[in-house]
Each structure stands twice: as structure tokens, then as C-alpha cells.
Design a protein around this ligand. Structure first.
Ligand SMILES: CC(C)(COP(=O)(O)OP(=O)(O)OC[C@H]1O[C@@H](n2cnc3c(N)ncnc32)[C@H](O)[C@@H]1OP(=O)(O)O)[C@@H](O)C(=O)NCCC(=O)NCCS
Length: 139
């Protein structure tokens, strides 16, 4: 049977996932890793769906956004949800600006950024697009 174990990177979830996998089921673990540990996910139960994160820049109140969603899960609204959550978290941490650098032909990312209220500025000399969103006035 194909089974989804939520919280499968936590103590109870990972034990349950391991037992189900040993019993012959195909197990997928869903976990935000907010409290669980990736190492706790039993072998064969981890599927990569998406990753969103931000990294520091030279400016202390500005971060750089990174997001990727695996092909199978694209266009299901995952990136929109993850970035919205990341923006809320950044704002809570006192971050004032989120930026990203995108290739001009990356229409999905540029459209997504615009849909989330980012400003997109074309830098024709560098052949890239800088997306940015100020968090000062809320989202
Ligand atoms: C860009 C990316 C993260 C979008 O992820 P996603 O989960 O498919 O996006 P969502 O389903 O949340 O889409 C939200 C909105 O983004 C825009 N969008 C997403 N994919 C699009 C596409 N192929 N064409 C046009 N617009 C697109 C749309 O406005 C969409 O809203 P809608 O579905 O209501 O029209 C994904 O395509 C990806 O991982 N690409 C490869 C990695 C990458 O380029 N990362 C960015 C580097 S800076």
C-alpha cells in the first residue's frame, strides 16, 4: 500500500514509518523539519518535493530568496505557499527586504514573484532580473 506519514522526521513518526516500510508498504514522509530531524527519516521514505530558503546578504536587513519545486509537484501552488510562509517568517525576524536573482527566461519564477507582490527589474547589461519585495508595509 502507498502510505503518507506526517511528522515522519519526528520520534514517533519515524518509528511508525520504519515499521510500515519494513512491513512492505511504500512510505512517503511529510515533515516541515521545524522540529523533526532529516536523519531520522527511514531510508527509502524520503521524497524531495520542494525547498524554500533565504540566505544572508551584505546588508543585515536584506535576504536573498531561493526556491525550487520538483517537476512532479510544479504548478500545484506549493511555491506560492512556501514563499508566503517564508515572507511571514522573515518579517517576524525583522527582515525588511527580500531579493532574488532570476534569469530573464525563467517565466515561472518571474510570474510567481509578481503574483506575490515582488517588483521585477530587468538588468539588461547583466542579462538577469532582480526581484525584490519590501516587508515594511506588511504583505
Ligand atoms: C519557479 C517555481 C519555483 C514555481 O513553483 P510552482 O510550485 O510550480 O509555483 P506555483 O504552483 O506556486 O505557482 C504560483 C504562480 O506562479 C506562476 N507560475 C508558476 N509556474 C508558471 C509557469 N510555468 N508559467 C507561468 N506562470 C507560472 C503563476 O502565476 C502561478 O499562479 P497560477 O497557477 O494561479 O497561475 C518552479 O517552477 C521551479 O522550481 N523552477 C525551477 C527552480 C527555479 O527556477 N527557482 C527559482 C530560481 S531564483
Amino acid at each position: 500500500m502507498e502510505l503518507l506519514v506526517t511528522g515522519g522526521a519526528g520520534y514517533i513518526g519515524s518509528v511508525v514509518a520504519a515499521q510500515l516500510a519494513r512491513a512492505g508498504h511504500t512510505v512517503t514522509v511529510l515533515d516541515s523539519l521545524a522540529r523533526g530531524h532529516r536523519q531520522a527519516v527511514p531510508e527509502g521514505c524520503e521524497r524531495f518535493v520542494a525547498l524554500a530558503r533565504y540566505g544572508e546578504t551584505d546588508s543585515p536587513d536584506t535576504v536573498e530568496l531561493g526556491i525550487t519545486v520538483s517537476d512532479r509537484w510544479q504548478r500545484t501552488g506549493i511555491a506560492r505557499l512556501l514563499i508566503a510562509e517564508l515572507l511571514r517568517f522573515a518579517q517576524w525576524r525583522g527582515i525588511r527586504k527580500v531579493e532574488g536573482i532570476v534569469l530573464p527566461d525563467n517565466l515561472p519564477m518571474i510570474e510567481l514573484a509578481k503574483a506575490l507582490g515582488f517588483h521585477a527589474a530587468h538588468d539588461y547589461a547583466q542579462h538577469l532580473v532582480v526581484i525584490s519585495k519590501s516587508l515594511d508595509s506588511g504583505q
